[in-house]
Write a protein that binds this ligand. Structure first.
Ligand SMILES: *[C@@H]1O[C@H](CO)[C@@H](O)[C@H](O)[C@H]1NC(C)=O
Ligand SMILES: *[C@@H]1O[C@H](CO)[C@@H](O)[C@H](O)[C@H]1NC(C)=O
Ligand SMILES: *[C@@H]1O[C@H](CO)[C@@H](O)[C@H](O)[C@H]1NC(C)=O
Ligand SMILES: *[C@@H]1O[C@H](CO)[C@@H](O)[C@H](O)[C@H]1NC(C)=O
Ligand SMILES: *[C@@H]1O[C@H](CO)[C@@H](O)[C@H](O)[C@H]1NC(C)=O
Length: 374
């Protein structure tokens, strides 16, 4: 009896994925901002940093910028490559996570991988490459003020993409016909900037947990209840001062989860495995241009209740003078050259789409879009 139940469960399971963890050495450079601040160390210094960053009608980044400097270095990126049973397909999806997480955001083990985007993509024949952003997780960390900024992180994504295209990543020596870039939040901002700078680098992009409305980022900065990484048990031995993370699950809840949209145990798991942000990333997230030269298909998909990008309601367009039907549709005008553009709002969802009850619907929308337009 028990045996047949197990067999039934196996039979209905998705096609098995085959994954390997890899380390990708890269040599990159980027023009980073020179900020005349020291890494905030104490709780009070971190709080002051966020009060400056969230002040209305001001640009803290600009006020502490003292020119630009080319940063150059050798780094290691921690990544996971997955492919379906039948081997690497024609298309590779490169997955870039956002602030607060690492690459496990895309293939999260909670609930026996019930929430895994990678499982869904593999099931449809795609291969995936998720990576810890430069400065985060098992990738090389760096100076959290001068080095770990969006500019150098984009250079890392560019190099990773180039190596993948050329079949030069060890253990991924396959020439993919097409490459799709997916991002979440900060990873979406990076994907937006990368494909504007190098439009030919990608065949389609999916920006999740994203909009181009800058009005609400202050809610994220204050709502996160960010504390010095040295005060957080799970992170203090792995990161230097100048990295910050929510002090408890309350900050994680406010910034990433919508009311009633998630399993409370998932919030606890996301808090326990949460990763910090470097202050240099937070200072530069808004510094990468508003329009895109990208000419392929573009999907922007965001939770209705997203806090940082929609102030908790993507459908209320008053803040943009009703210049578009909603805050996500507003991006249509930024992508004048896109071959297709779709703005999708996930009803009831918050910022971390992959961790909520609606994840299945989110994944369907993403994979349908890629399938239709690639
Ligand atoms: C990859 O590394 C992560 C830890 O960073 C681990 O949880 C996971 O099981 C590893 N996956 C494989 C396929 O080795
Ligand atoms: C703030 O200043 C930075 C650095 O000068 C600039 O790149 C960014 O676009 C500014 N942000 C806004 C919202 O004006
Ligand atoms: C909305 O209108 C106000 C006042 O006319 C203007 O200052 C602001 O830039 C507009 N915002 C957008 C997003 O169009
Ligand atoms: C699997 O995840 C969905 C949300 O995507 C949730 O509604 C469902 O309860 C989960 N099932 C299990 C067994 O965790
Ligand atoms: C965008 O995609 C969704 C499905 O994910 C679809 O229902 C909707 O019609 C699309 N919108 C446009 C304008 O193509």
């Amino acid at each position: 009896m028990f045996k047949s139940v197990v067999l039934l469960a196996l039979a209905s399971a998705v096609a098995a994925k085959h994954c390997r963890n890899i380390t990708v050495p890269i040599s990159i450079s980027a023009r980073n901002g020179v900020f005349n601040i020291a890494p905030p160390k104490t709780e009070a210094q971190v709080t002051d940093f966020f009060l400056e960053l969230s002040k209305q009608n001001s640009n803290y980044t600009q006020s502490i910028t003292n020119g630009y400097k080319t940063i150059k270095g050798d780094y290691q990126l921690a990544a996971t490559y997955c492919e379906p049973d039948r081997g690497s397909g024609d298309t590779l999806q490169i997955l870039t996570h956002g602030v607060g997480f690492d690459r496990s955001y895309w293939d999260y083990p909670f609930g026996n991988y019930n929430y895994s985007y990678v499982n869904r993509a593999i099931d449809q024949g795609y291969s995936t490459l998720s990576w810890d952003r430069l400065g985060v997780g098992h990738s090389t960390h760096g100076d959290p003020v001068s080095e770990i900024q969006i500019f150098l992180e984009i250079a890392a994504l560019k190099e990773l993409t180039q190596l993948a295209r050329d079949g030069k990543i060890r253990c991924v020596e396959h020439r993919f016909k097409k490459i799709v870039h997916l991002g979440h939040s900060f990873g979406s901002a990076m994907t937006f900037a990368l494909t504007n700078m190098y439009p030919a680098i990608s065949d389609a992009i999916v920006l999740t947990g994203f909009s181009q409305v800058p009005s609400f980022i202050g809610l994220f900065m204050l709502g996160g209840n960010f504390a010095p990484v040295k005060e957080i048990r799970t992170l203090k031995d792995r990161y230097v001062e100048g990295y910050v993370a929510p002090k408890t699950s309350i900050g994680v809840h406010i910034n990433f989860f919508a009311p009633g949209a998630f399993d409370p145990k998932m919030l606890q798991a996301a808090t326990a495995t949460g990763q910090p942000a470097a202050v240099g990333e937070l200072l530069t997230v808004g510094s990468t241009g508003a329009t895109s030269e990208f000419g392929g298909p573009v999907l922007v998909i965001t939770g209705e209740r997203d806090v940082p990008f929609c102030g908790g309601d993507c459908k209320n367009a008053v803040i943009i003078n009703n210049s578009a039907p909603n805050l996500i549709e507003m991006s249509r005008t930024s992508f004048k050259k896109a071959s297709a553009f779709n703005a999708t709002i996930v009803p009831g969802a918050g910022h971390s789409l992959n961790f909520e009850h609606t994840s299945g619907a989110t994944y369907k929308a993403i994979l349908d879009f890629i399938g239709r337009h690639l």
